[in-house]
Design a protein around this ligand. Structure first.
Ligand code: PLP
Length: 446
C-alpha cells in the first residue's frame, strides 16, 4: 500500500494539464448527465489527501460524499478486501452464501440502536437500500403510503426520486414518479418562521396533522427521515421533532425508517445520528461510510419486520458482494480501533470554533448565516449580508476559491447556498487547520 504524504501541495493550475487532457477525453465519452464537482483526475488517495495525476495534493473535505470516513486506502480495508479478492470475487449470496455477509449483518445488529432482535439484508447502493426498506415496510404493514420530509434526499432511482424533495437536478424531466409518496414539513430551525426554539414542536404538530388529514395514519406504511438531512443542507431537525415523529409512528403501527446513509457510521460522532435523541428506529438504512469506499448498503431492523418479506422477495445479483463485505469489516475494525467517533467529535470542535471565529471577525463574515451539523458533518449556510436570503453565488465562489488552493469542498442545500465539510475522520488536525486557513482566505477573495 502506498503511503501518501499528508500535506497540501499545489504544483500546477487546478485542474492541471494532465487532468485537462483527461477531461477532454471524458467529455467525448462519458454522458453529460454525470457531473463532477472538480474535474481533477485522481491518481491515489488516503488519509486526508487526494493526489491528482499532475502531482497536486488536495486536502479532502468531501470523503467522496461521506464515504471514505476511514480514508480512501485504509490499511484494514485494503488488507481484508485484497485477501477476499484473491479467494473469490463473487458467488452470489442467493446462490451459495459466504461468511462475510453474515459477519456484516452481525456487526450491524450490534452497532445499530436498540437491543431488540435484529436482522439485515445487504444491497449495493443507498437508493437500493431505501427502496428495499419501503418494500419491507409495505409487505409488513399491508399499507402503501410513504411519508417523507421537505429537504429530504433518498436517491436517484424512480422510487427514491419520488422520495427526494429537490427537483433540480435530481428529478427535472425524469418523471412520472412513483405514487403514494407524501411530503410533510421538517423542523428546519434556521428558517422556521417563528424561530428555531419553536421549530421542533410546531413542525412535528404540522407534519402529524397533515398525515392524519391528508393521508390517514392507518394508510401509512413507512415514515422515512434522515436524522441529519444531508443533500438538503445538513439540517439537524430541531430538538423534539424526531422523538415526536417516532412516537407518532409507534402509536399508529407505522414503520419508522431512519435513513442514515450519509449520517451513519461515526460521521456525526456516534455510530448513528439518531442516537443523539435516543431514537430507536424500526428500520435503518446504511451505505456510504459502511465499507471504506466499496459499494455496499444495508437495511437493518426489527427481526419481525425484516422477516415479513417472503424468501426470494429481497436480494439482487451483487447485493452484499464478498469483497465489499470484507471492506466493511475492515472499515468497522478501523472505526473501533481508532475511535473514529471521538475523532469526529474533535473535528466538530475544531471546525465550529474556527468557523465561528470567521463569522465574527471577517469583513464579510455576516454572510455566514448559520453554522451547524455534528461531528465531521459540518456546514455553513450562506446568506446575503444582513438578511436570510440564500446566497448560492457565495457558496459557489467560496468552493471555487478553495479548489484553486488545493482544498476540496462540496456544496449542498435546497437553495444551493450551503458549503459542507465531510473530512475523512482520520484527517490529521494540522491538515484540517490548514484547510480552514484556506477557507478563511477564500472569504477574502469573493
Ligand atoms: C447518498 C444518499 C442516498 C443514496 O445513496 P446512493 O448510494 O447514492 O444511491 C440515500 N439517502 C441519503 C441520506 C443519502 O445521503
Amino acid at each position: 500500500m502506498t503511503e501518501i504524504p499528508q500535506e497540501r501541495r499545489v504544483v500546477t493550475a487546478i485542474p492541471g494539464p494532465k487532468s485537462v487532457e483527461l477531461q477532454a477525453r471524458r467529455l467525448e465519452t462519458v454522458a453529460a448527465g454525470v457531473g463532477s464537482t472538480l474535474p481533477v483526475f485522481t491518481a491515489r488517495a488516503g488519509g486526508g489527501i487526494i493526489e491528482d495525476v499532475d502531482g497536486n495534493r488536495l486536502i479532502d473535505l468531501g470523503s467522496g460524499i461521506a464515504v471514505t470516513s476511514v480514508g480512501a486506502s485504509a490499511e484494514a480495508v485494503v488488507r481484508r478486501a485484497s485477501a477476499q479478492l484473491a479467494d473469490f470475487t463473487h458467488t452470489c449470496f442467493m446462490v451459495t452464501p459466504y461468511e462475510g455477509y453474515v459477519e456484516v449483518c452481525e456487526q450491524l445488529a450490534e452497532l445499530t440502536p436498540g437491543d431488540h432482535a435484529k436482522k439485515s439484508a445487504l444491497f449495493n447502493s443507498g437508493a437500493e437500500a431505501v427502496e428495499n426498506a419501503v418494500k419491507i415496510a409495505r409487505v409488513h404493514t399491508k399499507r402503501t403510503a410513504v411519508v417523507v420530509f421537505d429537504h429530504g434526499y433518498h436517491g436517484r432511482t424512480n422510487l427514491t426520486m419520488a422520495l427526494t424533495a429537490k427537483n433540480m437536478p435530481y428529478k427535472q424531466g425524469f418523471g412520472p414518479f412513483a405514487p403514494e409518496v407524501y411530503r410533510v414539513p421538517v423542523a428546519y430551525g434556521y428558517r422556521w418562521p417563528t424561530g428555531a426554539e419553536n421549530a421542533g414542536a410546531e413542525a412535528s404538530a404540522q407534519a402529524i396533522d397533515q398525515i392524519n388529514k391528508q393521508i390517514g395514519a392507518e394508510n401509512v406504511a413507512a415514515i422515512i427521515i434522515e436524522p441529519v438531512l444531508g443533500e438538503g443542507g445538513f439540517i439537524e431537525p430541531a430538538k423534539g421533532f424526531l422523538p415526536a415523529i417516532a412516537q407518532f409512528a409507534k402509536d399508529n403501527g407505522i414503520v419508522f425508517v431512519a435513513d442514515e446513509i450519509q449520517s451513519g457510521f461515526c460521521r456525526t460522532g456516534q455510530w448513528f445520528a439518531c442516537e443523539d435523541e435516543g431514537i430507536v428506529p424500526d428500520l435503518i438504512t446504511t451505505a456510504k461510510g459502511i465499507a471504506g469506499g466499496l459499494p455496499l448498503s444495508a437495511v437493518t431492523g426489527r427481526a419481525e419486520i425484516m422477516d415479513s418479506a417472503h424468501s426470494g422477495g429481497l436480494g439482487g445479483t451483487y447485493g452484499g458482494n464478498p469483497v465489499a463485505c470484507a471492506g466493511a469489516l475492515g472499515a468497522i475494525e478501523t472505526m473501533r480501533e481508532l475511535d473514529l467517533n471521538g475523532k469526529a467529535r474533535r473535528i466538530e470542535e475544531v471546525m465550529k470554533g474556527r468557523l465561528a471565529e470567521m463569522q465574527s471577525k471577517l469583513d464579510n463574515g455576516d454572510i455566514i448565516g448559520d453554522i451547524r451539523g455534528r461531528g465531521a458533518m459540518i456546514a455553513i449556510e450562506l446568506v446575503k449580508s444582513g438578511t436570510k436570503d440564500p446566497n448560492p453565488q457565495a457558496a459557489a465562489d467560496l468552493a471555487k476559491a478553495c479548489h484553486a488552493e488545493g482544498v476540496l469542498v462540496l456544496t449542498c442545500g435546497t437553495y444551493g447556498n450551503v458549503l459542507r465539510f465531510l473530512p475523512p475522520l482520520v484527517i490529521g488536525e494540522d491538515l484540517l487547520n490548514e484547510a480552514l486557513d484556506v477557507i478563511e482566505q477564500a472569504f477574502g477573495r469573493i
